[in-house]
Design a binder for this molecule. Structure first.
Ligand SMILES: Nc1ncnc2c1ncn2[C@@H]1O[C@H](COP(=O)(O)OP(=O)(O)O)[C@@H](O)[C@H]1O
Ligand SMILES: [Mg+2]
Length: 360
């Protein structure tokens, strides 16, 4: 069962408003792991066909390695005429990808499609003769995980070129084409931020109000076997700070039992190993300082090695200087481990690292 989508109204509105015009650059969307980037953009793709009669929205999941039918998610507006015989848009997109890549269906992966997405999208478009399409929203989910850092610039530039220059006779000529790439991969961020052909946007975890709504929805759907074990909302907020993935895990996989969930996170995030590595490299004091205040990453010297570890493991994230997508304010809350410049992605990561530091 799918959990109803909550909140994110301003984010959706911003995606809709931007779709009215040709944007100059592709936007890379950053945000903590599990904060809801994928869900937000799937929702935008769904609504795109309601927002725009002349819209075509395509979502590509670069992380899908097994089932080709799960690589694409496509929606078209009511005013778009799909040529007869082609009912299944996804099947047709898969055929375009197979054609272009020249691989058998069994070996079609989301990452290969994401890498070659612009020519594949063009083939798909030309094959279907989608008349009535005036605007296209293309969302590529997590391409940066599969592209070497040194090649990421070239990739972003290709997307930029496709948005900026289209010759007469080419697919999408005279159409609006806006592209978003979603990424939880923080190491690419510095690199891309140096270039004027990439825009960056930020999505933070859910706000307290949105999170509370999700909490109550989940409580209705996943009634715990043992109600006395349910974590109250205040505790959930303090531990997970608005991160929807962690809340879903708590409700579904751990029947609201915080204790077993935290043990799982401790293992999953390899926290003892990170603390061990920090000790070996002489970084323990620095790591402790980051648990006290994540902005110490910014304030102290010699942090580079530690940043690389913490960013790679998706424990901390660099904060944007402005607001998030849609002008949403990003909270600065020391109690939740969110500083001005850096933040723990989920408050409990800090707590678990601090605990491991005590034990070493
Ligand atoms: N606004 C939302 N309303 C309801 N569920 C959400 C919302 N945002 C995220 N979720 C759920 O939380 C989980 C993590 O979200 P996801 O989009 O996968 O995060 P990300 O892509 O940022 O890693 C998913 O199960 C998703 O369905
Ligand atoms: Mg995602």
């Amino acid at each position: 069962m799918e959990i109803p989508f909550v909140g994110r109204l301003r984010e959706l509105e911003s995606i809709r408003d931007r779709s009215k015009l040709q944007q100059v650059k592709p936007h890379f969307i950053y945000g903590p792991e599990g904060c809801g980037k994928t869900r937000l953009f799937i929702e935008a793709v769904r609504r795109f066909s309601e927002w725009f009669d002349d819209g075509l929205a395509v979502y590509v999941n670069a992380e899908e390695a097994r089932d080709p039918r799960r690589i694409f998610y496509i929606a078209v507006g009511r005013g778009v005429r799909v040529s007869r015989g082609v009912r299944d848009l996804v099947a047709s997109a898969i055929r375009a990808a197979l054609d272009y890549l020249g691989v058998p269906e069994a070996s079609l992966s989301g990452s290969a499609v994401a890498l070659a997405i612009t020519p594949i999208l063009e083939r798909f478009y030309l094959k279907l003769k989608l008349s009535g399409v005036q605007r296209i929203l293309l969302v590529i989910d997590e391409p940066a995980r599969y592209i070497e850092v040194k090649e990421l610039n070239g990739y972003a530039k290709t997307l930029y070129n496709k948005m900026s220059f289209r010759w007469e006779g080419e697919a999408f000529y005279g159409r609006i084409l806006n592209i978003y790439a979603l990424t939880s991969e923080g190491l690419s961020r510095d690199l891309l931020s140096r270039h004027s052909y990439v825009g960056q946007d930020f999505v933070w975890n859910l706000s307290r109000e949105e999170y509370e709504e999700l909490y109550h929805r989940l409580l209705e759907i996943y009634r715990p076997e043992n109600p006395s074990r349910i974590a109250g909302f205040d505790e959930v907020w303090r531990l997970y700070g608005g991160n929807p993935r962690r809340l879903m895990e708590l409700a579904i996989e751990h029947s609201w039992d915080v204790k077993t969930h935290l043990e799982r996170i401790y293992d999953e995030k390899k926290i003892p190993r990170i603390v061990y590595v920090a000790k070996k490299e002489g970084l323990l004091d620095k790591l402790r300082a980051v648990t006290e205040d994540p902005d110490n990453i910014y304030k102290m010297h010699g942090m580079l090695e530690l940043i690389n570890i913490l960013v790679r493991e998706n424990l901390v994230i660099e904060m944007p200087s402005g607001r998030g997508i849609g002008g949403v304010e990003i909270p600065r809350d020391r109690g939740l481990g969110i500083g001005r410049y850096w933040a723990w992605q989920v408050p409990v990561y800090r707590e678990l690292v601090a605990r491991a530091l005590e034990e070493i």
